[in-house]
Design a protein around this ligand. Structure first.
Ligand SMILES: Cc1cc2nc3c(=O)[nH]c(=O)nc-3n(C[C@H](O)[C@H](O)[C@H](O)COP(=O)(O)OP(=O)(O)OC[C@H]3O[C@@H](n4cnc5c(N)ncnc54)[C@H](O)[C@@H]3O)c2cc1C
Length: 470
């Protein structure tokens, strides 16, 4: 008998969320499983750096409470999601506009909510709340200390008319209520072209939908397939944008902690794979009945030449410690004007107080596309305009640049790229599904199912036709 350390039914290469999700499905079905991870920690791209008591995500992590896999993946029951509240602010023409109330449940209630929201949106643009509302914000602020907010940017131009807002609200309500399979049956175009064909006013598209979709897809030019864009908006309209409490790495760490001890072996780089064995740099060979590659797309193609490597959207996340929070609310601020590098930003310590030490404030901002050479200077200048406050006393904590952050999804995009290459050899990861945490988790579930089918094992749980939220 081979030593357990050198044999498992299935070896998974990579302990990102897709590999961890697959391991849960396999182990639940009684399949012995080992995950080999090259890094010294689990989570892959979902990592969080700890600096002076701040928790700094490598990724500009926007999750949606409506992602089905967050509810269905074992081990995530303890995951706390911190919603942006009231939701979104859009910075346009020197002003902040509230765009939060579109979010709600689908169906007639949702539609009524959208119309209500439309009316709210048509009213005066948002002015940051005065100090007395500070007590209602999360406790990232020092106890007993009034929140000072900056003055709003001076110029005042409405984002759109009441009618524009009503049409947008109704369009989102319809989208929320549309079944995913109908969304996927729509003609597929680059998202930017599809948006302009939807009959919405240009200012609604440019002032709200474009910045929102850019943030959700990490794609500033909206070259993404309109089907993926529809799925992203569908998830947005059905749930709330949120962050995992404690940092992005909490999600994979919860998944790993719920696996049997010894399942994940970190610090083990796989150098070659076949259907019944893997070779590692550090520990020789492991034999198995199946290998599941759960790496990023490029590493997968290095191990199995011939696998497609997509192009990628680069993303840079910049973290600043700030002496005073520039917004009173835990909202996500989107830039509609594109007069600087920042696509979206938030006082993250308002959204999730665990990410900053007591009495300190964390602003995290996301730059989409190639970053400028003088990143911190241009980001600070842009943030000063977005928040309407001086930023010269803001302290740079970290700037994380990931060149191959998010696999691009131009049309035609196969949302269900095959996960079974041949009996014994499988592949999963965000590059086989949608380029999101939801897509990565879902691809792991699909791959585990393919493995079980080849091993002649019935899944222990009913496989759902899980709607893909994004
Ligand atoms: C900057 C940035 C911003 C993002 N923003 C969002 C967002 O707002 N919302 C959202 O939903 N998603 C976002 N994403 C995408 C999301 O993070 C990914 O889709 C998801 O984490 C991918 O998980 P994965 O398991 O497919 O791959 P990965 O996380 O890449 O995991 C692959 C693992 O394989 C390991 N590995 C590679 N090669 C080997 C080898 N030879 N041997 C052993 N191990 C190996 C790697 O070390 C890694 O741990 C963002 C990503 C980035 C980088």
């Amino acid at each position: 008998m081979p030593e357990p350390a050198h044999h498992a039914d299935v070896v998974i290469v990579g302990a990102g969320v897709s590999g961890l999700s697959a391991a849960h499905q396999l182990i639940r079905a009684g399949v012995t499983t080992v995950i080999l991870e090259a890094a010294p920690y689990v989570g892959g791209r979902m990592s969080t750096e700890k600096v002076d008591g701040f928790r700094l995500d490598r990724i500009g992590q926007l999750l949606s409470t409506s992602y089905p896999e967050l509810r269905h993946t074992p081990g995530l029951d303890a995951l706390a999601l911190r919603p942006f509240a009231p939701g979104l602010l859009v910075h346009s023409e020197g002003q902040h506009h509230r765009a939060a109330e579109f979010i709600g449940a689908p169906g007639p209630r949702r539609a009524r909510g959208a119309l209500h929201a439309a009316r709210a949106l048509a009213s005066a643009p948002l002015v940051p709340r005065p100090a007395r509302t500070a007590a209602r914000t999360p406790s990232g602020t020092a106890p007993g200390r009034a929140l000072r907010t900056s003055r709003p940017p001076a110029r005042s131009t409405p984002l759109g008319s009441a009618l524009d807002q009503a049409r947008l609200g109704a369009a989102l309500a319809r989208l929320a209520a549309t079944p995913v399979r109908r969304l996927l049956a729509r003609p597929e175009l680059p998202a930017a072209r599809a948006l302009s064909a939807r009959g919405l006013p240009t200012r609604t598209i440019e002032g709200f939908l474009r910045p929102l979709l850019s943030a959700l897809l990490c794609d500033p030019d909206l070259t993404t397939s309109s089907r993926c864009a529809d799925l992203a908006l569908h998830a947005f309209a059905r749930g709330r944008l949120c962050l995992p409490e404690g940092g992005a790495d909490v999600l994979p760490e919860l998944l790993a902690a719920a696996l049997p001890p010894g399942t994940v072996r970190t610090g083990v780089r796989v150098t070659a794979v076949a259907a019944n064995r893997v070779m590692t740099a550090e520990h020789g060979e492991l034999t198995c009945r199946g290998v599941l590659l759960a790496t990023d797309a490029r590493a997968a193609a290095e191990l199995l030449p011939g696998l497609r490597v997509p192009s990628f959207h680069p993303v840079t996340v910049v973290h600043h410690a700030v002496p005073e929070p520039p917004l009173a609310e835990p909202a996500l601020l989107l830039d509609a004007d594109r007069r600087g590098p920042v696509a979206h930003t938030a006082v993250v310590s308002h959204v999730d107080p665990t990410r900053a030490p007591a009495g300190r404030f964390l602003v995290s901002s996301t730059v989409l596309g190639p970053p400028p050479d003088d990143l911190d200077r241009t980001v600070l200048a842009h943030l000063a305009a977005l928040y309407g406050t001086p930023t010269d006393r803001w302290e740079l904590l970290a700037a994380h640049h990931t060149r191959e952050a998010v696999p691009a999804m131009p049309p035609p995009h196969d949302l269900r790229r095959p996960v079974r290459l041949l009996s014994g050899l499988y592949v999963c990861g965000d590059h086989r599904d949608t380029s999101t945490v939801q897509g990565a988790l879902h691809s792991g579930r699909r791959a585990a199912r393919a493995v079980l089918a080849d091993l002649g094992i019935e899944p222990t749980h009913t496989e759902d036709q899980l709607p893909t939220a994004a």
